[in-house]
Design a protein around this ligand. Structure first.
Ligand code: NAP
Length: 200
């Protein structure tokens, strides 16, 4: 089984960790303040999720990155080569307290994230639902709650799709960033924040 790292242990990082823990999938989670600061969180999550350093989390086969947009360059700086490992980009270019969309000069947010993780295969996922919908039962409305994902590398998309499936959601592959990234891009992507379920 592929190993999983989580960079960012706030709302989205810990929600993803909670989903993994629920399905007995181990992972290492990191924030900016070091493993000791995550002791309470990992205790609450259970034995499969351990706190690690930023470098440890980033060394896993699949690494979900969920960090405040303006802190991404620091969070991803100075890490060893990604060597084709998968980065799940859960980030959106918006930040508290203003929640104003940031100016990206017409670029996709996933292109900007991809530049920060050279050599990684980036799949955008876990970015389009509010955190409460990520952690609540994906079968709550009947069917399976839908999660969208997109990225340039088809095998990487398939791996993330498998993980989404294991977590109980129905994954929909939106294809390349040029197509799928636009659909789930913040702001304006038509699929953002929709709580959709697949029946049958
Ligand atoms: N919240 C949502 O509903 C939601 C939904 C979809 C997507 N998103 C996106 O997901 C991303 C994270 O959002 P969030 O709500 O989870 O934010 P958050 O609760 O503020 O958590 C951010 C995390 O990033 C970590 N971090 C910051 N700088 C770091 C560094 N240099 N190295 C390692 N870790 C660092 C923080 O660690 P420290 O606490 O130690 O600083 C914290 O654990 C954002 O891009 C956001 O747009 C959020």
């Amino acid at each position: 089984m592929k190993s999983i790292g989580i960079l960012g242990a706030g709302q989205i990082g810990s929600a993803f960790a909670q989903l993994l823990a629920r399905h007995q999938i181990p992972a290492v989670i990191a924030n900016s303040r070091g493993p000791a600061s995550l002791a309470e969180l990992v205790k609450a999550l259970g034995p499969g999720i351990r706190a690690g350093t930023r470098e440890e989390a980033a060394a896993q086969d699949i690494v979900l990155v969920a960090v405040n947009w303006s802190k991404l360059p620091t969070a991803l700086a100075g890490l060893p080569d990604w060597q084709g490992r998968i980065v799940i980009d859960a980030n959106n270019p918006i930040e508290a307290p203003l929640f104003q969309p940031l100016e990206l000069g017409g670029r996709l947010s996933s292109e900007i994230v991809a530049e920060l993780v050279p050599g990684a295969r980036v799949v955008k996922a876990f970015n389009h639902l509010k955190v409460a919908l990520m952690t609540s039962d994906p079968h709550a409305e009947g069917g399976r709650r839908v999660l969208f994902y997109s990225g340039d590398d088809a095998p990487a998309r398939a791996e993330v799709g498998d993980l989404i499936d294991q977590l109980g959601f129905f994954g929909i592959d939106l294809g390349t960033p040029a197509v799928g990234g636009q659909l789930a891009q913040f702001p304006g992507g038509p699929l953002l924040a929709l709580n959709l379920a697949k029946f049958g």
